[in-house]
Design a binder for this molecule. Structure first.
Ligand code: 5GP
Ligand code: ZN
Length: 113
């Protein structure tokens, strides 16, 4: 399997890592769309949100808690932030290893583009 984010997990490709534990990794997006733009990924390979199963429930909750911690560390929790997980082509998913985008530091528009 040739997965970019699995390579980041294995440190075969560099990334600006901001949080890591045994289950998740968080790093800065290489092409930020907001003043704060981090990605939270599971170390386990899951291709899309459609592939999440009941055995991943705790892992997915941990991804959200990690995103919350990063938002607090970056002082954007109170002002607000957006968590996004794109699924498949219409949503613009380009990396097929699930990732939670954490976007903040500016006003977000709705509906999203
Ligand atoms: P998607 O479009 O799949 O929801 O999001 C993929 C995200 O991964 C994009 O925001 C893109 O900028 C980011 N990305 C793609 N390749 C790399 C990389 O090699 N390193 C990092 N840090 N981010 C990447
Ligand atoms: Zn992967």
């Amino acid at each position: 399997m040739n997965c970019l984010f699995c390579k980041i997990v294995k440190k075969e490709i560099p990334a600006k890592i901001i949080y890591e534990d045994e289950r998740v990794l968080a790093f800065e997006d290489v092409n930020p769309q907001a003043p704060a733009h981090s990605l939270v990924i599971p170390k386990k390979h899951i291709s899309t949100s459609l592939d999440i199963t009941a055995e991943d429930n705790e892992l997915i909750g941990h991804m959200f808690q990690t995103a919350n911690k990063i938002a607090q560390d970056k002082n954007i929790a109170g002002s607000g932030f957006r968590l996004v997980m794109n699924c498949n082509s219409d949503a613009g998913q380009t990396v097929f290893h699930i990732h939670l985008h954490l976007l903040g530091g500016r006003i977000m528009h709705w509906p999203p583009g």
